[in-house]
Write a protein that binds this ligand. Sequence first.
Ligand code: VGL
Ligand code: ZN
Length: 208
Amino acid sequence: MSKALILVDVQNDFSPDGALPVPDGDAIVPVINLLMPHFDHVIATKDWHPEGHASFASTQGKQPGEQMILAGIEQILWPDHCVQETHGAEFIAGLNLDAIERVIYKGTQPEIDSYSGFFDNQRYQATGLADYLHKIAVTELYIVGLATDYCVKYTVLDAISLGFKTWVIQDACRGVNLHDGDIEAAWSTMQAAGCQLTVSSSFLQKGY
Ligand code: VGL
Ligand code: ZN
């Protein structure tokens, strides 16, 4: 029984001056650095899109925020972001990279998006995260990162469906809040699915 900290998409394009800005997104970096030494494993996901990805509004000749059906499901279109090998796809400066033992790439298939760190949005393909966690015998996941109302939420929901005991550390996450109340709704959805909500101070106080 071991514990992993999962960093979801802590990347430049989700920082406040990035292409898909998450308000206060960079504020989670020092919190994550404090949490890292308390885990058996630290694993990060990266949103890692090819140029011209189908989730980009520019690819579809539409505006960011517009929606369309992609691979049979409703898709919000985003500004171009986290293009493979670009600065926007790098981890946010100050994150303790030495603590990260493995990076899992998602959103790499051109025609489908992948909010979850485990599968694309249609579950056509796995990213390898679940296999890796099973291989290293991790059973408990603490999930942090960006954005609360998209990739954090879907990573949490898949973690629970895969049978991991799952926490989300709320002050180590930030959300987009495209619509008022989206972040609050995301916490409720995660909690209703069986995720435990906690904050870094109470986690660190337990002396783990
Ligand atoms: C994300 C929108 C598009 C995220 C990624 O990391 O939450 N959101 N791609
Ligand atoms: Zn993306």
